[in-house]
Ligand binder design. Structure first.
Ligand code: AMP
Length: 436
C-alpha cells in the first residue's frame, strides 16, 4: 500500500479512540482528586506572547533555548506555543485580579503542550499534560499535600508501583546564588571534561550541570560541592518538615541531591516521579515550589507550588502494567431492520433506548441482515434487536444475545424496559443533562 498523501507532522500524533479511553480515564482521576482538594479548572491559550515563557522559564533553560515553537504575526509580534502550563496560569492569575482574592488560589489544567525537541519514545512535539498549581501558601505542609495528590493520582491510575518519587530541595534564591558560586569554582579548570551543553551551562545556568545525562558530566557532578554546605537553616527546616509530613502521609520518597529540574523558577522543594526501570529518562511528571515566579512576572511576591505530568507517558505505563480503563464507548445494543416500515419503527426505538442511558447503534443503510449482523459483531454489541416486516406485522422483535449466539422472538411492547433491566441503564428521560 502506498503512503497516504498527507501525514501528521513529525513528532505529533492523533489521539485515536482506543487511546482516548485512557485519556478520559486519566482526566477523570485527575478531576476527582483536584475537586476533592478544592482545585478549579483553568484553560490558558495555546499560545502566549513569547516573553511570558522567556521571562518565567528562564532564557537559559533547554525549553526556551531549544524547544520553543515560536510564531511571528504579520506585524512582527512574537508568540510561542505553550511548552508548559505554569507560566500561562500565573500570567492569567495576575491578569484577572486573582491576587486580590483570598488565598490559596488552587487551579488545575489538562491541556496540549508543544516542545520542539527531537521526537523519540515518550518525547513528542505535541503532548498533553495535566497539572495543578496552589498559589499563596508557603507552608511545607502544602508541599506535602501537592506531592500526596500526585502520588494518589499515580496510585489510582495503577502505575505507582513502577515509579519512585525523587525529592530534593534547591533552597531559596539566596542559597542558590551561593551554591552557583561554589559550583563555578569547582568546575573552573575542568571545562575540558564537560559536554558542549555543560560548557555553556557553566556560564549561564550552573545548577543544570548537576542533572546532565552525559556520563562524564555525571561523574563530575557526583564529585561537585553539595548543596547541604550552603543551605540556610530556614530552607533546611522547610525540607525537614516536608519529609516528616510525607512520612506521616505514607508517601515513599528517595532523596536525590542531583535533582534540580530544568526550569529556572523553582525554589525549595523539587520532585519528580521516575521510572524504576529507566530513571529520569522516563519521568511521568514533576513539580516544585516557585516562590519567586509571581513577582518575576510582575505580580505581588506570592509563594506557590505546582505539579505537571505527561499524559502520553502515563498511558504508556498504564498499558505496560496491563491496565485497561473502563470502556464507556462500548456499544450495548445494535438495532437491525429490514424494510421501510421496520426502519421507521427502529428510529423511535433507538431514541427510546438511548434515553435510558444505553449506547445504541442502528443500521442506517440498506444492507442485508448478514451484513448488519457482521457490523453488530464488529462493534462488539452485547445484544442485537432485529425488526423485519413479519415482526412489525406481528408486534414482535427478535432479541439476539451476541455472545451466546442465541435468539428469541418476544413482544415489542415492554422491550425498552426489558433492555434497560438487562443492561442496567440509567434513565435520562425528562432529564436535562445540566441537572444532576
Ligand atoms: P517537565 O515539566 O518538563 O518535567 O514535564 C513534565 C512531564 O511532562 C514529563 O515528566 C513528561 O511526562 C511530560 N513531557 C514533557 N515533555 C514531553 C514531551 N516532549 N513529550 C511527551 N511528554 C513530555
Amino acid at each position: 500500500m502506498s503512503a497516504p498523501l498527507y501525514q501528521s507532522p513529525k513528532g505529533v500524533h492523533d489521539v485515536l479512540p482506543d487511546d482516548h479511553l485512557y485519556f478520559s480515564f486519566i482526566k477523570k482521576v485527575v478531576r476527582h482528586h483536584c475537586r476533592r482538594a478544592g482545585f478549579r479548572r483553568i484553560s490558558t491559550p495555546m499560545f502566549e506572547n513569547v516573553d511570558v515563557f522567556t521571562r518565567s522559564i528562564g532564557s537559559t533553560s533547554d525549553i526556551v533555548e531549544k524547544e520553543m515553537f515560536t510564531l511571528e504575526s504579520k506585524s512582527g509580534k512574537k508568540f510561542a506555543l505553550k511548552p508548559e502550563g505554569t507560566a500561562g496560569v500565573i500570567r492569567a492569575y495576575i491578569q484577572h485580579g486573582m491576587q486580590q482574592l483570598p488565598k490559596p488560589i488552587q487551579l488545575y489544567y489538562v491541556e496540549p503542550h508543544f516542545r520542539y525537541n527531537r521526537p523519540q519514545k515518550g518525547r513528542f512535539r505535541q503532548f498533553h499534560q495535566f497539572g495543578f498549581e496552589l498559589i499563596g501558601e508557603s507552608d511545607p505542609a502544602v508541599d506535602a499535600q501537592i506531592i500526596n495528590i500526585s502520588h494518589r493520582i499515580n496510585q489510582d491510575l495503577g502505575i505507582d508501583d513502577r515509579l519512585t518519587l525523587q525529592l530534593n530541595t534547591i533552597g531559596s534564591m539566596t542559597d542558590r546564588e551561593k551554591f552557583k558560586e561554589d559550583l563555578i569554582n569547582f568546575y573552573t579548570g575542568k571545562e575540558r571534561s564537560l559536554c558542549e551543553d555543560c560548557k555553556r551551562r557553566m556560564k549561564e545556568n550552573p545548577l543544570r550541570l548537576l542533572d546532565c545525562k552525559e556520563e562524564d558530566c555525571q561523574i563530575l557532578a557526583s564529585m561537585a560541592p553539595k548543596f547541604e554546605n550552603v543551605i540556610s537553616s530556614e530552607s533546611k527546616e522547610h525540607f525537614e518538615l516536608l519529609k516528616e509530613y510525607l512520612e506521616e502521609l505514607n508517601v515513599p520518597y528517595e532523596l536525590n541531591p542531583l535533582l534540580v529540574r530544568g526550569l529556572d523558577y523553582y525554589t525549595h522543594t523539587v520532585f519528580e516521579f521516575w521510572s524504576k526501570k529507566d530513571g529520569s529518562q522516563n519521568a511521568t511528571g514533576g513539580g516544585g515550589r516557585y516562590d519567586g515566579l509571581i513577582e518575576l512576572m510582575g505580580g505581588q511576591p506570592t509563594p506557590a507550588i505546582g505539579y505537571a505530568a505527561g499524559m502520553e507517558r502515563t498511558v504508556e505505563y498504564m498499558k505496560e502494567t496491563g491496565i485497561r480503563p473502563p470502556n464507556k464507548d462500548a456499544v450495548a445494543i445494535f438495532v437491525a431492520q429490514l424494510g421501510l416500515v421496520a426502519k421507521k419503527k427502529s428510529l423511535t426505538l433507538i431514541n427510546q433506548l438511548r434515553d435510558e442511558g444505553l449506547n445504541v447503534v442502528g443500521a442506517a443503510g440498506k444492507g442485508s441482515m448478514k451484513s448488519q449482523m457482521s457490523l453488530a459483531d464488529r462493534l462488539g454489541a452485547k445484544y442485537s434487536l432485529i425488526l423485519g416486516q413479519i415482526e412489525v406485522q406481528e408486534g414482535t422483535i427478535i432479541l439476539r444475545d451476541m455472545n451466546k449466539g442465541s435468539q428469541e422472538t418476544i413482544p415489542i411492547e415492554g422491550i425498552v424496559e426489558k433492555m434497560t433491566k438487562l443492561l442496567g441503564g440509567k434513565s435520562l428521560k425528562n432529564k436535562k443533562l445540566w441537572e444532576e
